[in-house]
Write a protein that binds this ligand. Structure first.
Ligand SMILES: Cc1cc2nc3c(=O)[nH]c(=O)nc-3n(C[C@H](O)[C@H](O)[C@H](O)COP(=O)(O)O)c2cc1C
Length: 159
């Protein structure tokens, strides 16, 4: 018999992204699977973020972010940005500022440059609704799926 967590990971299809945040000179990034498009006009993405993450502080204060799409070859990148409290976290990867000032991961398949529209509470997470101002493809490859990451996020312990 499977548990809810394993059925969720197997059958709710999600990608894996590195979300870059900035508040002035301060930048950070975190791995996120809970990202989805929620409107055509304007184009809105919803990002579900644990408000205890350091990235949440910068996202709240800076009101900008980039959503960077990881490829199937970038498991180490997913794991690195999936850890909290890592010193010099942004020394991994090549980063450039998008128009909004959000840091963009140059090794990603594509990125979306966003400004925060509004926020909705959702259980133990905050849904941050972001307007997409620009999107660019940077590299070619197949997008990573959350189901391929196994228990990288230690989520089995959280259900
Ligand atoms: C594959 C994977 C998916 C994740 N998805 C999310 C997510 O959607 N939302 C979230 O808040 N944290 C998610 N996390 C956890 C954060 O990436 C992790 O806690 C991160 O280190 C927070 O970084 P920070 O404290 O430096 O901001 C995920 C982690 C992994 C490995």
């Amino acid at each position: 018999m499977h548990n809810i967590d394993s059925i969720l990971q197997q059958y709710i299809t999600q990608g894996v992204y590195v979300v870059g945040v900035a508040d002035g000179d301060k930048t950070n990034a975190f791995t996120a699977a809970w990202v989805m498009q929620v409107s055509f006009s304007p184009v809105l993405l919803a990002i579900s973020i644990n408000p205890e993450h350091y990235s949440y502080q910068l996202l709240k204060q800076g009101s900008v972010c980039s959503v960077n799409v990881l490829s199937q070859e970038q498991m180490q990148m997913a794991a690195h940005f999936g850890r909290s409290g890592v010193p010099d976290k942004m020394l991994v990867g090549t980063w450039a500022a998008a128009v909004t000032g959000a840091p963009v991961l140059q090794e990603s398949l594509a990125y979306f440059d966003c400004k925060v529209s509004h926020e909705v509470s959702a259980g133990d997470h905050q849904l941050v609704i972001c307007e997409v101002l620009e999107a660019r493809q940077l590299n070619v490859g197949a997008a990573m799926l959350y189901s391929e990451t196994g228990n990288m996020d230690n989520s089995t312990a959280l259900y």
